[in-house]
Ligand binder design. Structure first.
Ligand code: DGL
Length: 281
């Protein structure tokens, strides 16, 4: 068997599985390691420093597993940690490794979904506060108006399997009403958190029918296909045994029970104790 050089896929919890699901559909041959930092999730309300520190520690763990490429399938980590990791840490750790996020591929294309040039962003507090979507969309689509709404209760609802409960109705309705009030013209709303596709049914109930609801999984997967075509030196390092490994920093039994709703099939995860993992400076 080829020495494993998997693609690492990271999220604070389960949400990144919605992205991994689309990636493995498009690129089934590669080996993948998924890690959810469930013990420290959610990241959405944490400070820049904390999200950066947690994410960097997890990225170093992926590198130690042999991953030449790590995808932060988490908007909060992409917004708060990715740039510093790419610019400051990677050159010191290993300039040949790559870490990619989910914001850039999404902002490159989201403007094309909107006919009236008005896009809404639903995301965690951290992602909204970072202004990453507003700044990046303006670069690619200067004429597009971007409005944002932070939905701090949505990740806890999903992580606690309450996405179909009455609590979800209350918060989904409230946040959608508040987003639409910011720009009644908007015809496209991006689910800018990888957990939110699980709330899509509820979101559809409260969103006007003429507003497009866009999830990121497929966008990120298409962008990765394109990236690997353009970066053959990286692509050639990736191992192709079709392997899938899942790790959680919390309980594997809980992870396996919840993961199926996000990934669409059963998984068997292992526990990862980051306390035992000592990162080199
Ligand atoms: N799935 C993560 C994201 O895309 C959730 C962040 C959190 O843990 O709050 O932002």
């Amino acid at each position: 068997m080829q020495h494993a050089q998997p693609i690492g896929v990271f999220d604070s919890g389960y949400g990144g599985l919605t992205v991994l699901k689309e990636i493995v559909e498009k690129l089934p041959a590669y080996d993948y390691i998924y890690m959810g930092d469930n013990a420290r999730a959610p990241y959405g309300n944490r400070s820049f420093e904390t999200v950066y520190h947690y994410t960097l520690q997890c990225v170093k763990w992926f590198f130690q597993q042999g991953c030449p490429l790590v995808i932060l399938a988490c908007n909060t980590a992409s917004a708060k940690a990715l740039r510093t990791i790419q610019q400051n840490d990677l050159p010191k750790i290993d300039p040949n490794k790559r870490v990619l996020g989910v914001i850039r591929p999404t902002t490159e294309i989201i403007g094309t979904f909107s006919e009236c040039k008005s896009v809404g962003i639903l995301a965690t507090n951290g992602t909204v506060q970072s202004q990453s979507y507003v700044i990046e969309i303006k670069k690619f689509f200067p004429g597009v108006n971007v409005s944002q709404e932070a939905c701090p209760m949505w990740v806890p609802l999903v992580e606690n399997n309450e996405q179909l409960g009455h609590g979800a109705d209350f918060f989904v309705k409230k946040n959608i009403r508040e987003l639409l009030a910011k720009d009644p013209m908007m015809d496209t709303v991006l689910l800018a958190c990888t957990h939110y596709p699980l709330l899509k049914k509820k979101i559809e109930e409260y969103m006007p029918v003429d507003v497009k609801i866009v999830s990121q999984g497929e966008i990120v997967a298409n962008s990765l296909v394109d990236y690997l075509k353009r970066h053959t030196e990286l692509e050639q390092q990736l191992s192709i045994n079709g392997g899938r490994l899942f790790y959680t920093t919390d309980s594997p039994a809980d992870f396996d029970k919840h993961a199926v709703a996000f990934f669409g099939r059963e998984v068997q995860s292992k526990h990862l104790d980051l306390e035992d993992f000592h990162t080199a400076p």
